[in-house]
Write a protein that binds this ligand. Structure first.
Ligand code: EPU
Length: 336
């Protein structure tokens, strides 16, 4: 089934809470309905959205917004150790995590409470607490917009890296994700080394899937704004990655700077820390600021336009560049 609207408000489809309109909005409930709709291919201006938790609308969108309402979840293979789960791209991410935890299948529990939907998790390679969605993804199925042909990408094809996939690079804007298949484990492998996760899990009574989920939810609730109450798009910037010598120079100047060495030899820095050091927790602009408990999150203080958010973000980037000589890149997808 297809549902179509014109001059459609996207307010309820972006967690920043910004008013913008789509010339046309198309929601599809199955892959076959989408293929029928696209016919021999769609050549207009297209934007595919998930839960709208990583979008910043600066203008109205004068093309067609596609949104998946494919909701099926099927076990496609099950062995003594593994479950292969094929999930519709419209399924709410956290509902999927809750479902897998309830079933006793491990893999996604550290990714609890991330806003958004299954399709976007593969594009964005969402990650938190030492796990990335791409670690669990076996296959991504799409429909190609230009010719309505179905495509299938293996994990290797997807080229997952930190907040990165082929769908943000060479295949950007070309596909509508319809299904993502995850390989989950029946023998539980806990990943508790990030921050205070282990401590929190112990407080809750020890490592079980349910306790890991609860611990992650509690940590996130304490640090990140609830999109239903405060407009934001989660982390606004990516954590910057710098060369080892640059990291060493910064460490000698700022001994308390958090740094995370990567296998490549480069070092990941905390954008939140850098932004906080530039004083942004104390200096909001009109309508826009950073979240008091996590400076990486830019928040709509009420009535912000996309352009207000962008102006604020540019001032943040410039201050971090000036103080630390480090370039911040946006994680959020700016539309318009
Ligand atoms: N920090 C500060 N001040 C701040 C924020 C952070 O000093 O205002 C310090 C913290 O004390 C800590 C370090 O920076 O030492 C890292 O902070 P945190 O553990 O909160 O994680 P993050 O690197 O800021 C990333 C992800 C989050 C994810 C967390 C946990 C990105 C862009 N963000 O944040 O993802 O939940 O790790 O794994 O990689 C999202 O993408 O929307 C998101 C919330």
């Amino acid at each position: 089934m297809i549902r179509q609207y014109t001059a459609y408000s996207l307010l309820a489809h972006n967690t920043f809470g910004i008013e913008a309109k789509a010339a046309r909005y198309v929601e599809f409930a199955s892959q076959s309905a989408l293929i029928d709709f696209l016919g021999d291919g769609f050549r207009g201006k297209a934007l595919v959205i998930g839960g709208g938790s990583n979008l910043l609308f600066v203008d109205d969108f004068d093309g067609t917004v596609f949104h998946s309402a494919i909701m099926d979840i099927d076990i496609v293979e099950e062995t003594a150790n593994d479950v292969l789960l094929r999930v519709g791209s419209g399924v709410n991410w956290d509902a999927l995590v809750a479902y897998t935890v309830e079933k006793g299948w491990s893999g996604l529990e550290n990714l609890s409470l991330i806003p958004g939907e299954v399709g976007a998790s593969a594009v964005q390679n969402v990650g938190a607490y030492g796990v990335e969605a791409g670690d669990l993804i076996e296959k991504v199925e799409t429909v190609r917009i230009a010719d309505a042909v179905t495509c299938s990408f293996t994990k290797a094809d997807c080229d997952f890296a930190y907040r990165h996939s082929i769908f943000k690079a060479t295949e950007k804007g070309r596909h509508i994700v319809t299904y993502v298949t995850y390989r989950l484990k029946k023998t539980i492998e806990f990943k508790l080394s990030y921050g205070n996760l282990k401590e929190k899990v112990e407080e809750l009574g020890g490592a079980t899937l349910a306790n890991v989920r609860r611990a992650v939810c509690e940590i996130r609730e304490a640090k990140l704004p609830n999109p239903e109450q405060i407009g934001s798009a989660g982390s606004f910037f990516m954590n910057p990655i710098v060369a080892a010598d640059k990291a060493a120079q910064l460490k000698s100047e700022y001994p308390s700077m958090p740094q995370y060495p990567l296998p490549s030899g480069e070092v990941k820095l905390s954008a939140g820390w850098l932004i906080e050091q530039c004083g942004w927790k104390q200096t909001p602009h009109e309508h826009v600021g950073v979240y008091q408990h996590q400076a990486l999150v830019v928040v709509n203080l009420g009535g912000a336009k996309g352009s207000d958010v962008l102006k604020f973000a540019s001032a943040v980037v410039a201050s971090v560049k000036e103080k630390f000589g480090v370039e911040l890149n946006m994680e959020v997808n700016v539309i318009g």
